[in-house]
Design a protein around this ligand. Sequence first.
Ligand SMILES: NC(=O)c1ccc[n+]([C@@H]2O[C@H](COP(=O)([O-])OP(=O)(O)OC[C@H]3O[C@@H](n4cnc5c(N)ncnc54)[C@H](O)[C@@H]3O)[C@@H](O)[C@H]2O)c1
Ligand SMILES: [Zn+2]
Length: 332
Amino acid sequence: MRVLVTGGAGFIGSHVVEALEACGHEPVVFDVRDDPEADVRDPEAVARALAGVDAVCHQAAMVGLGTGFTDAAEYVSRNDLGTAVLLTAMAEKDVRRLVLAGSMVVYGEGRYTCARHGVVRPGPRDVTDLAAGRFEPRCPVCGEELSPGLVGEDAPVDPRNVYATTKLAQEHLAAAWARSTGGSAVSLRYHNVYGPRMPQDTPYAGVASFFRSALARGEAPRVYEDGLQRRDFVHVRDVATANAAALEADSAAGALTAYNTGSGEPHTVGEMATALAADHGPEPVVTGEYRLGDVRHITADSSRLRAELGWKPEVGFADGMREFARAGMRGA
Ligand SMILES: NC(=O)c1ccc[n+]([C@@H]2O[C@H](COP(=O)([O-])OP(=O)(O)OC[C@H]3O[C@@H](n4cnc5c(N)ncnc54)[C@H](O)[C@@H]3O)[C@@H](O)[C@H]2O)c1
Ligand SMILES: [Zn+2]
């Protein structure tokens, strides 16, 4: 298959390119980083790039939590306008297969249970609670502490920041495209992706990058909140093979299918900092700081991806973090 990989010069996209080559496919990179004219918002550039293409793997996006609300228009432009332009060109060129880089951020706080009230959905986190060090979400009915569970694909969506909103809109656009063209769309809702070539820390990077960059400077990783936030850290090579599997699968036509893409092995952010610092320290410090828009816990149930696409993560937490602690990162 000839596959257009948008964002193919990025962290995850570059690994997708390698995974596709390893499976005998022909990836074509489309990324503004490499070529200023390769912008997904440019209808003519996209139309040219789609010539002879069988499928699109759409990784291009502006990522991270950003700097507050000020870059909202840029997120919407790159992520949603970009996706709309891409899908329009695919409809015109009759390219009917799309795999989208989705995100677990669409779930917001995810799934919790109260001992008395069963499954509940805590609302947005309150600044006074966070400032007072009350990080655990509470039951909206009785105010007791909740236990976090695994989110399935059918969990209600609840984007909590601009980036999350744009990632959800990408899925809705892809679903609308699939319905009107009969194409098949798969959204791989990645959890926290880490590994070689992860970008160095900027406001747009993920937590593993912040810690890894601090260690590279000889500084202690600064762990926000109390370090007990739970995440699913999934290795970038596993995410890349999930993309290859999704591109090869016979997915439903006329619809979008979503798959959580996680390791299935939840860890706390504090554990991740400790694992990264293990070899060449300094020990992480837990600071109690917080970022508005962060969720407390979010961990995936990725069993649908395993069952339906036969995918299986190969890189475990300890091995992956050991490798990442030494791996090269990408400069800004
Ligand atoms: N890193 C994670 O943990 C994570 C988690 C969930 C989802 N995702 C998604 O995975 C995808 C890849 O993210 P990444 O972590 O590799 O980020 P990245 O910044 O390394 O890669 C994104 C690439 O997209 C390119 N790009 C941005 N705007 C573009 C445009 N308008 N036209 C063409 N190219 C453009 C950038 O140049 C960059 O190379 C994104 O869609 C992101 O939302 C990432
Ligand atoms: Zn309750």
